[in-house]
Unconditional design. Structure first.
Length: 326
C-alpha cells in the first residue's frame, strides 16, 4: 500500500477516499446516539448567530467530518509536495494525515479543532514560504489574521502566535517590522470584535475572553494508559523517522532542515496549548496531526526495505482498528 502512495497516481485520489472511510468503519458501525458540534467559541457566537450544535444527525456529522478530513488531506498533501519536504512528490503526506486523524473516535467527528486544521495547514504553507520571500511583512500580517480567525473558532489555536516568532528566527534575519506585523494582524481581527462588544454595551465580557491565558500549566495528569496504547505503533514510526532524519539532516537543503525544525516546534506548541481550555477534549490533539503527519510521511518516503515498511504500516492500520473496536 505504501508503495502505491509513493507515486503521484490519480488513482490514489480514489484510494485515499476509500482509506478515509475504511479507517472510520468502527464509528459508522457504532454511531453515537447524539453528537454536539460547537462551531465557534462562546465569545464569538454573537458575531455569527447560527446554531450548529444540533444541526446534524450523528451519521451526517460523521460523514461530513470524513469528507472534510479527505479535503484537508489533499490540501495538506499539495502543500508538503510544493515545498519539497520529502524525497519526492507523493501521496504519502495525505495518507499519513488521514491515518493521524483516525487514531481516536473523538477525532472522527466534527469539532472546532477539525475546522481549525484548515487554517493550520494554511499557516504551515505561509510559514514555509517565509524563506522564499524578499519581504515577508505582508505574509506575517496575514498569518496573524489567520491565527485570530482560528482563535474565534477554537481559543487554544491562539498559541500558534508563538510560532510566528519561532518561524521568523528560523527563516529570516531579524526585522522588527516583521516581528510586530503578526501581532498587528492578530489584534486587527480582535479590534473589530471589541468594537462589536462595545456597541452592545458588553465590553466587560470582552475582557473575560483572555482569562484562560492566566491558567497555570497542569503539573499532574490523570491518564488512562489503556486508552493510548494505539499510540505505540505511531511512536515506533516516529522514532524510526527521527533516526532517518538525523542521518540525512545535513545532506538536506537548508530550507528543508528548517522546515522540519519549524514543524517540530509546531507539534509541541499545538500539544501544549490544551491548558488554555479547562475542559478540553481529546480532539484538541487534532492540531498535532499536520506537523506529525509530515514526520510519518518522511519515514515511509525514505524507507528502503519494502517488506519492512509495508508490514509496519499494515500493523499500524490493524492496531488502530483493533483498539477502536475493543
Amino acid at each position: 500500500m505504501i508503495n502505491q502512495f509513493r507515486k503521484l497516481n490519480p488513482v490514489n485520489l480514489i484510494l485515499l477516499l476509500a482509506y478515509a472511510f475504511f479507517m472510520r468503519a468502527v464509528i459508522f458501525y457504532r454511531v453515537p446516539d447524539h453528537l454536539n458540534f460547537d462551531f465557534l467559541e462562546p465569545f464569538a457566537r454573537p458575531l455569527i448567530n447560527i446554531d450548529f450544535s444540533n444541526a446534524f444527525t450523528p451519521i451526517t456529522n460523521i460523514f461530513i467530518a470524513t469528507v472534510l478530513v479527505y479535503i484537508q488531506a489533499l490540501i495538506f498533501n499539495r502543500v508538503i509536495n510544493n515545498h519539497n519536504l520529502l524525497a519526492k512528490p507523493s501521496f504519502l503526506p495525505g495518507l499519513m494525515y488521514i491515518a493521524g486523524t483516525s487514531l481516536f473516535l473523538d477525532f472522527m467527528v466534527l469539532s472546532p479543532a477539525l475546522i481549525s486544521n484548515f487554517l493550520l495547514i494554511w499557516v504551515i504553507d505561509k510559514f514555509l514560504k517565509l524563506a522564499k520571500s524578499a519581504n515577508s511583512i505582508t505574509t506575517v500580517f496575514d498569518i496573524g489574521m489567520i491565527i485570530a480567525l482560528g482563535t474565534l473558532i477554537y481559543f487554544p489555536f491562539m498559541a500558534t502566535l508563538l510560532m510566528i516568532f519561532l518561524a521568523l528566527l528560523l527563516f529570516r534575519s531579524f526585522n522588527w517590522r516583521e516581528w510586530i506585523a503578526g501581532l498587528i494582524g492578530f489584534i486587527t481581527v480582535f479590534f473589530f470584535v471589541a468594537v462589536y462588544y462595545y456597541w452592545n454595551n458588553n465590553l466587560g465580557s470582552f475582557y473575560q475572553i483572555w482569562k484562560p491565558l492566566g491558567n497555570k500549566f497542569p503539573s499532574v495528569f490523570k491518564i488512562n494508559y489503556n486508552d493510548y496504547l494505539v499510540l505505540i505503533p505511531v511512536a515506533i514510526i516516529i522514532i524510526l523517522a527521527s533516526l532517518q532524519l538525523r542521518e540525512n539532516f545535513f545532506r538536506s537543503f537548508i530550507s528543508t532542515r528548517k522546515g522540519f525544525q519549524m514543524l517540530f516546534f509546531m507539534f509541541l506548541v499545538a500539544g501544549a496549548s490544551f491548558y488554555l481550555k479547562p475542559n478540553f477534549s481529546i480532539w484538541h490533539f487534532l492540531l498535532c496531526v499536520p506537523p506529525g503527519a509530515v514526520l510519518l510521511a518522511y519515514y515511509f518516503s525514505n524507507a528502503k526495505k519494502r517488506w519492512f515498511y509495508e508490514t509496519l504500516f499494515l500493523l499500524f492500520v490493524l492496531s488502530v482498528q483493533y483498539f477502536l473496536f475493543v
